[in-house]
Design a protein around this ligand. Structure first.
Ligand code: GL4
Length: 805
């Protein structure tokens, strides 16, 4: 039975008790940070009973469970979400008030766990939220990074990276489970020898072993008593990790082993859509996959089930290729530890495993050098080698004489292990994350695999949890929706559609306008308080927040703003209404060009601020250290959502969905999930511009575009590119656009983008028309709830069913 708080008075009582237990202090003496910690611990108590009950229920029902392996879970703060899920937010608010504290002032004190880079990691966090909300038996598996994604500071317009010390005050939501630790092996040598029964067995010797300790984080569903688990593994050194392997005694070696071990879960690689080919990264990937799988198999055995039925009870999902070693690791366990033969182990492995691809950017395709892979994971390598041999033999039988194709599908080739090929061959399902992206996978990126296994390919368009991104982030909008159509939409987000009949209702429109203004005012206040910058709350808020990447084209956005600046210099009436352009996002520390774009944004922002003729109409602001909690402030305040990637490059995007849910109008290319947003809301309710994906791909294939020609023909483009003369730092961008022929079609799409902005301004001046569009976007956004996405995975791929707790 859950010990819900019955009254604010009882809350005060429990709080006082907890403050004593944790800090030996009276509530009145607590610092605000300690108030947060006491409250978080109280909420955790609420969750705990249900957590154990959920686990017991799953075991008793012998139900199939899914494990979502992802090297990133970008959780964001948990206090607000957990209070909401338990339905205890008001009680906490009242109780704290009695104690003289303000919940809204306490919540921002929570560290924002940034255990992910961007879309991919945040998607994983949305998925575990939806799994629990839908009462699906599904858990997350990842790494407990001591340092999350770096903190971004801006110094003199440039990005500086500082370590993210999110664990400094402890992480109250986790439970360390030392008793469930396992060992993960690295190095040594592996070979096959006769097993004395007419077969072969593998010997792996001389390895070092790392202790993997799980820290479990509860994942509560929305007011439904289901509590699933996110298991985060931490690497620890054990004094005997080298002993028993014939390596003891060499003190230098022991120290080196200790240092490497402690590095494994030290930090998150700060790259998004780029390859990070480092030994430590490979160690991380094997670390959480091996530890996670060992613990799943151990639990499975504990249930006295037959491992030959593994795939009936367990679904394993690999989120992008980072966990793809799960495939050979499961083979290893089934063969070496369970004594199965190759064929049987292989059947079980493929039947259990499914894979999602998240990008077609070739530089993001993971490849490992064979010598590195082999020396670090000798036993796993033997399995991959055998797998590659069998797979290529089968492939050559199917396509005799087609060595060109065999080369494309090989797992081992050119001295490298190709993780995407391993993932496809070893999974029964391969999906893309939006319709267009899946089509590109089938027709080009993974086409040779699609020819062999068309039935494996399917699409699952991404979604975001409307509980965090609407209910929690935008309470006034949530309240307006509930006042208008009732509260059913919270459990059934498709029902947001019931707003459609109100889209032209003047009284609804007026309230919607008020909500938006209220959120813009709140953001303006926050910017003033924290950054000391004034923003006009009545200007149009045009927002681009996402990782910095050349294909996402923040460059196109800022060049366009600069063109507005130039026009306003000539004619102060060139722009009909004041606009604020907000940017936020981090660039990978090693991504030079992206960092230059950040500098350019700051440069243009200063030019504008210094120019009285312009600054009344234009404002550019870069908000540093974009993360989940900043996103929660920004999405509700947006009028326009910038989704302007080069068509074909953005696999899906999920920020586009969060903006839509909060009533912003998309200004975008037909890329990723924008295609589906456009189809749902229609031309009247979003503004689409620019090259289509097929056109982009045709130019790549056949040529026919010259950015120089465009530069010569278009006077505005010529004037705009002058901005680069101002600072030698920018010569790199100039080179990209002109000498390297504008790989991402920034100049090619410039005129269409300018037009699209003019269209936005025309529409914005028609208030009823704009508010109608805003309402239609909210009404149609239910389709992009991750509840829809996760139900589709559950039904089509994982075959797991809801279990009431
Ligand atoms: C990404 C895609 O770039 C992004 O479009 C997508 O929404 C996200 C989740 O599917 O995955 N792929 C990589 S890599 N990082 C991402 O954010």
């Amino acid at each position: 039975m859950t010990k819900n708080w019955k009254s604010p008075k009882q809350f005060v009582c429990l709080f006082t008790q907890k403050a004593k237990i944790l800090f030996n202090e009276e509530p009145a003496a607590l610092t605000p940070k300690k108030v947060y910690l006491v409250l978080a611990n109280l909420v955790k108590d609420l969750i705990y009973d249900d957590w154990l009950a959920t686990e017991q229920r799953y075991d008793a029902r012998q139900t199939k469970q899914v494990y979502y392996f992802s090297i990133e879970f970008l959780l964001g703060r948990l206090l607000d979400a957990n209070l909401m899920n338990c339905g205890m937010e008001n009680m906490a608010r009242e109780g704290l008030k009695e104690l003289g504290f303000d919940l809204d002032a306490i919540m921002p004190l929570e560290a924002d766990p940034g255990l992910g880079n961007g879309g991919l990691g945040r998607l994983a966090a949305c998925f575990i939220d939806s799994l629990a909300a839908l009462q699906l038996p599904g858990h997350g598996c990842s790494i407990r990074y001591q340092y999350g994604l770096f903190e971004q500071h801006i110094v003199d317009g440039q990005q500086v990276e500082l370590p993210d010390t999110w664990l400094q005050d402890g992480f109250p939501w986790e439970t360390k489970r030392s008793d469930k630790a396992v060992h993960v092996r690295y190095g040594g040598s592996a070979y096959m020898r006769p097993d004395g029964k007419g077969g072969l067995e593998c010997v792996h010797e001389g390895y070092s072993s790392v202790l993997a300790i799980p820290y479990d984080v509860p994942v509560p569903g929305y007011r439904n008593h289901t509590v699933n688990t996110l298991r985060l593994w931490q690497a620890e050194y054990t004094p005997d990790g080298l002993f028993g392997q014939g390596q003891g005694g060499d003190f230098r070696k022991v120290l080196q082993y200790r240092d490497t071990t402690q590095q494994i879960s030290r930090f998150l690689y700060p790259d998004d859509s780029t390859e990070e080919g480092r030994k430590l990264r490979l160690m991380q990937e094997y670390f959480f996959v091996s530890a996670g799988l060992q613990s799943i198999v151990r639990h499975y055995r504990g249930q006295h089930r037959d491992l030959r039925e593994f795939d009936r009870y367990v679904a394993l999902h690999i989120n992008d290729t980072h966990p793809a070693l799960l495939i050979p690791e499961l083979m290893r366990i089934l063969m070496d530890e369970e004594g199965m033969g190759w064929e049987e182990a292989w059947r079980i492995t493929v039947a259990s495993t499914s894979y999602t691809n998240h990008t077609i950017m070739p530089e993001a395709l993971e490849r490992w050098s064979i010598p590195l892979f082999q020396s670090l994971l000798p036993r796993v390598y033997l399995i991959v080698e055998e797998l590659n041999r069998r797979w290529l033999a089968a492939y050559r039988r199917k396509f005799p004489g087609r060595e060109d194709k065999a080369e494309q599908v090989a797992i081992l080739w050119g001295g490298q292990v190709r993780m995407a090929n391993l993932a496809v061959v070893g999974s029964h399902s391969v999906n893309g994350v939006a319709e267009l992206h899946t089509k590109i996978l089938e027709e080009s990126t993974l086409h040779p695999f699609y020819e062999v296994y068309p039935e494996r390919f399917n699409n699952k368009t991404n979604g975001v949890t409307h509980r965090r991104w609407l209910l929690e982030s935008n309470p006034p909008l949530a309240a307006l929706i509930s006042d208008t159509i009732g509260t059913d939409w919270i459990r059934h987000p498709k029902k947001l559609k019931e707003l459609l009949p109100y889209r032209d209702d003047p009284s609804f429109q007026e309230k919607l306008a008020q909500v938006k203004q209220d959120r813009k005012d709140a953001l303006v206040r926050w910017i003033q308080e924290t950054r000391g910058v004034a923003v006009d709350p009545h200007s149009l808020f045009d927002i681009q927040i996402k990782r910095f990447h050349m294909y996402k084209r923040q460059l196109l956005n800022i060049l366009h703003v600069y063109s507005l600046y130039l026009r306003l210099l000539d004619d102060p009436d060139a722009v009909p209404l004041p606009q604020t352009f907000l940017f936020g996002g981090k660039a990978a520390a090693s991504y030079g060009e992206a960092k230059v774009v950040i500098k350019l944004i700051h440069t243009v922002a200063r030019l504008i601020d210094q120019e009285p003729r312009v600054r009344e109409k234009l404002k550019v602001l870069f908000l540093e250290n974009y993360n989940v909690s900043l996103g929660q402030r920004l999405f509700p305040a947006a009028d326009v959502s910038e989704q302007i990637s080069t068509a074909s490059k953005e696999a899906s995007g999920t920020g586009n969905m969060k903006f839509m849910m909060n009533g912003a109008i998309t200004l975008g290319t037909l890329d990723g999930a924008n295609v589906e947003i456009h189809r749902l809301v229609g031309d009247e309710n979003c503004v689409i511009f620019g090259l289509r994906a097929e056109e982009v791909q045709k130019y790549y294939r056949e040529g026919g575009y010259s950015s120089w020609d465009l530069y010569r023909q278009d006077e505005e483009i010529r004037r705009v590119l002058d901005v680069f003369q101002k600072n030698p730092l920018f010569s790199q961008l100039y080179e990209d656009l002109l000498r390297r022929n504008d790989e991402y079609f920034v100049l090619k799409d410039f005129a269409a983008y300018r037009e699209a902005h003019q269209e936005i301004l025309r529409r914005y001046q028609d208030r009823p028309g704009w508010l109608r569009a805003s309402a239609v976007n909210i009404a149609q956004s239910g389709h992009f709830s991750s509840d829809r996405t996760v139900s589709q995975y559950a039904r089509d791929i994982w075959k797991v069913k809801p279990i009431r707790v």
